[in-house]
Design a protein around this ligand. Structure first.
Ligand SMILES: NC(=O)c1ccc[n+]([C@@H]2O[C@H](COP(=O)([O-])OP(=O)(O)OC[C@H]3O[C@@H](n4cnc5c(N)ncnc54)[C@H](O)[C@@H]3O)[C@@H](O)[C@H]2O)c1
Ligand SMILES: [Zn+2]
Length: 373
């Protein structure tokens, strides 16, 4: 029932293990993939009580010595102060850590981004293993080697590329996500479907009910095999794009589909109010509207994407969006080049391209379309 996806980076190839119960292999992977007998597990206060013990047990069973450290959950912790505190705790460990000590990031994208960054800078680089527990971290943050923290001036402004030695995704850990966090990851899945995998769009539509079913205890009751397959497909798409363009000089930018307007909406409404995936959902609707207006995409296809987003309980309209405010934020986005905001536009399902000539009026029309009741 397990699936393995290899991220084919020359010289730094690594495997991603996906399936129900894969966390039990953490110790074995720490020894074999990170070539370490000792590890520091970095996690956060929501995840530690849920999966911390399981992770340490798996370490012991796999013959790796491990300690865990947890920081307060949430994006507010994703900063250099927390990194400083984690490093301090690591340097106080007895016996002292060395280059043979591995780091494990256990949690959502915040924990994996931070653990990866600690690994990148501690003793000039330790090997690390990512164990993403949110769907967003599984299908997006854990693939590609971007690590880092936020700064007062903006999100993810400080960081390093540091590929993990392996990634373990235990789909059973995703069962404790709430529906909104699930949707957060599903939006990135829809994005991957639009940029590279039209068949997956149908599968998301067909599987929408199963993926979101909740049992009496409030846990997601999805079919483990379906989730394993879904995560594997998404990881493979992101891995393929990243392998072709590791440092984001060109192609990797297609992963920003839906993110241009999405980031604007997210910053305008507030990160604490709207989830990233919800903003990206609106951003994808807006981008497709630009495509339709340009005659690049037929409107039936754009409608189909909206229908699938709706089935996944993602927003496709958001009243009262102030276009001027969204536009202003888009201008400051670090993905803007030469003062122009680039757009990834779909020409068909599975076929997107980067356009530098999208006008303010086109963006206005698209944002107004999304803002209609
Ligand atoms: N490195 C990359 O390429 C990349 C890509 C996308 C996003 N990111 C980063 O990822 C972060 C967002 O990731 P996220 O949405 O996972 O945020 P997160 O880590 O804050 O997790 C979201 C919430 O879900 C909780 N959670 C996580 N797993 C859970 C589980 N199994 N059960 C119950 N609760 C769980 C967390 O405690 C948190 O409250 C952002 O900081 C973003 O910048 C990085
Ligand atoms: Zn995203």
């Amino acid at each position: 029932m397990y699936k393995t996806v290899t991220v084919p980076l020359p010289g730094r190839e690594y495997d991603i293990l996906i399936g129900p119960g894969t966390l039990a292999r953490l110790g074995e992977w720490t020894r074999e993939h990170a070539r370490a007998k000792r590890a520091v597990v970095i996690t956060e206060t929501n995840i530690n009580p849920l999966y911390g013990e399981q992770a340490l047990l798996a370490m012991a069973e796999g013959g790796a010595e491990a300690v865990s450290m947890s920081f307060p959950a949430g994006e507010v912790s994703k900063n250099l102060d927390t990194i400083g505190a984690l490093l301090k705790a690591m340097f106080h460990l007895e016996p002292a850590i060395d280059r043979g000590t591995a780091v494990v990031g256990l949690g959502g994208g915040v924990a994996t981004d931070m653990a990866g960054f600690v690994a990148a800078i501690c003793l000039r680089g330790l090997r690390w293993i990512a164990c993403p527990t949110s769907l967003l971290a599984a299908v997006d943050a854990s693939v590609g080697g971007k690590t880092g923290v936020d700064h007062e001036q903006g999100k993810n402004l400080i960081g390093a590329f540091h590929q993990p030695s392996g990634v373990i995704i235990d789909v059973n850990t995703l069962r404790s996500l709430d529906r909104r966090e699930l949707g957060n990851g599903l939006a990135e899945c829809v994005k991957h479907a639009v940029i590279r995998d039209p068949v997956m769009l149908d599968e998301l539509a067909n599987g929408a009910a199963d993926l979101q079913t909740v049992d009496e205890a409030g846990h997601l009751a999805f079919d483990a095999e379906r989730m394993t397959e879904l995560v594997a497909r998404n990881v493979a798409i992101k891995a393929a794009v990243v392998a072709e363009d590791e440092k984001e000089s060109g192609l990797r930018a297609i992963l920003n589909f839906g993110h241009t307007v999405g980031h604007g909406v997210e910053a305008l409404i507030g990160y604490d109010v709207i989830r990233h995936g919800e903003a990206v959902s609106l951003g994808m609707v807006a981008a497709n509207r630009i495509s339709v207006q340009r005659g690049l995409l037929d409107s039936a296809t754009a409608d189909r994407v909206e229908e699938v987003l709706g089935k996944l309980a993602l927003p496709i309209r958001k009243g009262n969006l102030n276009f001027d405010a969204v536009w202003r934020i888009m201008q400051h986005d670090k993905k803007a080049r030469d003062g122009r905001v680039r757009f990834v536009l779909a020409r068909d399902l599975g076929d997107v391209a980067i356009y530098d000539d999208v006008t303010k009026d086109e963006v206005r029309a698209a944002v107004e379309y999304v803002s209609q009741p």
